[in-house]
Every structure is written in C-alpha cells, then in structure tokens.
Design a protein around this ligand. Structure first.
Ligand code: FAD
Length: 517
C-alpha cells in the first residue's frame, strides 16, 4: 500500500473542515495539509454552494451528485404536502429526504425501527455547506457553552462570522418584509432583550455592489485554497473515503484512505488528524477505528421543529414603500428571512420566518408567492445519554462503514416545550390574522432539522459524558481533534453551523501551537 506523509489530515470538506484548512494554512503555511471527502466534486471551485451554479440544470445536477446512493431527483413536493404526510404518518423516502441530501437509513425495514427517520447527510465536496440555507444567528443566553470564557467565546464567534461573511443585508427592505418584522415585533419585542429584537436573519452570503448574491460554502471559507490550480501545501481529494484511523496508545499515526472509484487504498501518516465528517459520520469513523469513548454517538440532540403558514394580507403592507423597493430589488425570488431570537426565559425558542422559502423545500404558493409566509419555530430538547446513534458490529452501510440506527425519544418535558412552541407560533399567526385550527401546525419528523448535535460533545473534564475537551481534542489522544455540530454539548434551537465554525476556530489555536512546537 502506498504511504504519504503530511502534517495535517482533515477528514470532511464541509464548512468545518474548510475552517480548519484555512486557518491552519494561513497560520502555518509550511504545514502540508491533506483534506479528503468521500463525495464527488460539484464544480471547479471546491465546495461551492449549489445556488451559485450558473443555471437550473447545473444546480439540479449538483444536488443529485450529493445524494450518495440516491442518484436521482426526488419528486417535487410542497412543504404543505410534506407536512400533511408527516401528520398522517405516511412517510416515504421521498417525503423525508431533501434535494442535496440522502437519508442515513434508506430502506423501509430499517426506517420502521429508526426513531430519527429523517436523519440526512450530504456526500459531496463541501458537504451540507453546499446546500444549506446559510442562516447564522448567534446563539442566545442559555444556548451558550457555559464553560468557555465569555471573551474567548465572543472572539471565536467574531472570527467565525468573518469566515462565513455573515451579513444582515443580503435582502433589501421590501414593503412585505417590513410588514412581517412590524407584525412579529409587535408580538415579541416587548419580551426580548434590546439586542435580541425581531430582525433580519444574519445570513452567510456575500453581496456585491450591484446586489448580486454569492451564497457561502466551503469555497468562500477556503479562499484561494478552493481555486483549482492554487500552489500551496494544501491538497484536497474528492471521492476519497477515510476508512479507518490508525492509532496506538494515545497517538493517531494516520489513516487508511480509499479512492472510491478505483478501490485503491493508501496510508496517510500525519502529525495531526482532524475528523470533521458531520455529526453522524464523525462518530461512525471513530467507532470504525476502535476509538469508542463512552459518550461517542450518545447525547444525540436536535431541536424539534414546528411549521405553519400564514398569508400576509394586503392591508398589513405599506404599499407606499413599493416604489423605492422596486428600484432596489434584486433578482433573487426570496423576499427575506427573518428572525425571532432565542432569549430565555421569555422566549426559549428560535423563530425562523421566510417570506419565500430559500431552502430546497418547495412551498405551495397558489401562484402568489409574495403572500405566503412560512413560520418555523424550534424548541429545546432535553439532552439525554439514551438518545444515540447505534453502530452495528456486523452490518455495514452502502460504503462498507458500520451501519447506523437511531434511538431518539421525546420526553414529557420535550412534549411540554413543543406545546409551548406551538402556542407561541399560534400567537405569531394570530398577529397575521390567522386563527390556527387543530392540525394546522406540523411537528416535523425527527431528523428534519438537519442540525444534529452532541454525538462528539465537548466537556470540561474527562468524566465519560464527553468525547473531547473545550478545544475539540479527543480525550486521551495527543493529536486527534473533532469538529462539527457533534461537539455542541447542550440543547440549542438556533442554527448550529456558526457555533461549530467558532469551535473550530478555537481548536485551531491549540493545533497551531502543536504544529509550531
Ligand atoms: P458537512 O457540511 O455535512 O460536511 C461533512 C463532510 O464529511 C461531507 O462532505 C461528507 O461527505 C464527508 N465525510 C463523511 N464521512 C467521511 C469519511 N469517512 N471520509 C471522508 N469524508 C467523509 N445550518 C445552519 O446553521 N443554518 C442553516 O440555515 C442551515 N440550513 C441547512 C439547509 C439544508 C438544506 C441543509 C442540508 C443543511 C442546513 N444546515 C444549516 C446545516 C449545515 O449545512 C451544517 O451544519 C454544516 O454543513 C455542518 O458542517 P460540517 O463541515 O460539520 O459537515
């Protein structure tokens, strides 16, 4: 078997792998870094967001290429149809998975025992970061990782926002957008802290002076490293699975890689190994490698998510604003994404409001998309050891890695929290003039959030309830680091990617020291 020597091996090329690559390459340019991803390249620029691709067919091709074993388009269904099916329990593969992703468990027999049936993955260069909605709200008070000093936490978040180009001016003010913020502000602002008022959603999106939007994927984080012919010590390999980490005592000496199209295997020897292979496949790889701390794959968490739709009635919109909006408006069909921030104890929820869906979920618009507003409310779910990914000792998935199933149960406290979120969402709907009737709010099936946390959680001490330290270094290993939403130790309702990028920023501080000394 061929052997290659590097300073750093990064497994996974999503936003988190890209953060590690960029910061380590900037700060230790002499270090040789290899980043691998099991999925295919979608475009010349490594990790580009599918929405930046030149036309509909390129966009659809990129989505399908990212769907692992499911290499065909899912049928086009509306959110209303999806919600309806979820309520009736009619869950088919197509109803659960979304374009650009594939289900973890994709046969009906397995789905029947899977308590997180919509758990999904993206398998492509750039990972889910080539498909995400780019919402990057800062977590609220009780969502912060309490054991990280405030000043360090804020510094890491500021750097994460810079890397992700987070901005609140992706969409210009529209009469409808202003009406939505006014309506929601009237319901919530009194209960929320001054810096957590109803506002536009911070989005990872670059905007040029003509209003052109460029959605942030790994390519933006990587900067020059994403260019096809860049000259540096950085190498990125697609369709390359990391099958196993090689370790002895407290050191990982490297890994076995497999080029999937040829089956050729190679050993990489590296001083530092970073696994940022999403919150589901990072623990899978550690498990497959015989690295099995007690907490690995456990404490699986996501925020339950509740959807409903309201119509924005004409009389709630100040039409006098239309003239200036029409002058400034951009080509993007979405009018805006708005945010009712988490702020415990008065609003321990995350409200994400879209005037027109920017995620791949299709909305039934009845030919008049401007008037449909999607109200999504997320609530906290208790963190429990019992909620877990179950790795099989003897069965494999489509890539020959340990097969996975999920244990995930809503406790009575979770059900209370869901009921409260529904009540709050009804208040928001009422402000739009809609009385919510029974069955008009849908609790989406577990896994729908796409925000899976806790499976490689960080902790303050090595007491069996965590996998890594506050700098993402795996306990009892000198040179093994993990990254991604799996490191988030507590329940959150806010979209997690910003936090995970911030935690990778912190991890890099420790890795840079190791590389330099
Ligand atoms: P990923 O981006 O998933 O990348 C992991 C990569 O690892 C994948 O490319 C995979 O192929 C690779 N990999 C896995 N195992 C191996 C292996 N053994 N060997 C080699 N490679 C491997 N989050 C938000 O915060 N805000 C949002 O608005 C938002 N919207 C979303 C909308 C959609 C439709 C989707 C799909 C996701 C959304 N998310 C959102 C989630 C967000 O995309 C993820 O939080 C983020 O991409 C996680 O980054 P990551 O690098 O940890 O993992």
């Amino acid at each position: 078997m061929k052997t290659t020597v590097a300073d750093v091996l990064i497994v996974g090329s999503g936003p988190i792998g890209a953060t590690f690559a960029r910061l380590l390459s900037d700060q230790v340019p002499e270090a040789k870094i290899i980043m691998v991803d099991l999925g295919p390249r979608l475009s010349n620029k490594s990790g580009q967001h599918f929405k930046n691709m030149p036309n509909d067919s390129a966009r659809e091709e990129a989505q399908i290429k990212s769907q692992g074993p499911h290499q065909e388009a899912y049928p086009l269904i509306t959110v209303a149809e999806r919600a309806n099916a979820a309520q009736k329990g009619h869950l088919s593969l197509e109803m659960l998975a979304r374009p650009g992703t594939h289900l973890v468990t994709d046969n009906l027999e397995d789905l029947a025992t899977n308590q997180m049936p919509a758990a999904s993955l993206s398998s492509n260069l750039g990972g889910m970061g080539a498909h995400w909605t780019c919402a990057c709200p800062r977590p609220g008070n009780a969502e912060r990782i309490a054991f990280i000093p405030e000043e360090e936490y804020d510094r890491a978040f500021a750097k994460a926002e810079e890397l992700l180009c987070v901005s609140q001016s992706t969409f210009v003010d529209s009469p409808e957008g202003l009406a939505i913020m006014k309506i929601l502000g009237g319901v919530f602002n009194e209960k929320l802290a001054a810096d957590r008022q109803v506002q536009r959603m911070p989005l990872a999106c670059k905007t040029d002076k003509n209003g052109g939007q460029y959605w942030v994927g790994s390519d933006v984080i990587l900067g020059e490293l994403a260019e096809p012919h860049q000259q540096s010590n950085f190498e990125i390999r697609s369709e390359t699975l990391c099958r196993k980490l090689i370790h002895e005592k407290s050191t990982v000496s490297g890994a076995i890689l497999e080029h999937l199209p040829t089956g050729e295997q190679e050993e990489i020897k590296a001083k530092i190994v970073i696994v940022a292979a999403d919150a589901i496949r990072t623990p899978q790889l550690l498990w497959a490698s015989g690295i099995r701390p007690r907490a690995l794959g456990h404490y699986l968490n996501e925020h339950p998510f509740i959807f409903t739709f309201v119509e924005l009635k004409e009389d709630l919109v100040d039409k006098s604003l239309a003239k200036s909006y029409n002058k400034n408006k951009r080509t993007e069909p979405t009018i805006g994404v708005f945010w009712v921030p988490f702020d415990a104890p008065n609003h321990p929820f995350h409200g994400q409001i879209m005037h027109m869906d920017v995620s791949p979920l299709k909305i039934e618009t009845h030919g008049n998309p401007k008037h449909i507003v999607g109200l999504g409310w997320g609530c906290l779910k208790e963190v429990r050891y019992e909620d877990q990914i179950v790795f099989s000792e003897d069965k494999n998935d489509y890539l020959g890695m340990p097969k996975m199933n999920f244990k995930f149960t809503l406790t009575s406290k979770d059900k209370e929290s869901i009921a409260q979120a529904m009540e709050i969402q009804s208040q928001a709907a009422a402000a739009f003039g809609k009385v919510i009737k029974e069955g008009e709010q849908t609790l989406m099936p577990p896994g729908t959030s796409l925000h899976y946390e806790g499976t490689t959680r960080m902790g303050e001490k090595n007491d069996g309830t965590s996998v890594c330290d506050p700098f993402s270094q795996v306990w009892e290993f000198d040179n093994l680091f993990v990254g991604g939403n799996g490191v988030i130790p507590m329940a959150t309702t806010s979209n997690p990617t910003l936090t995970s990028v911030a935690m990778a920023v912190r991890a890099c501080e420790k890795i840079v020291n190791k590389l330099k000394n």
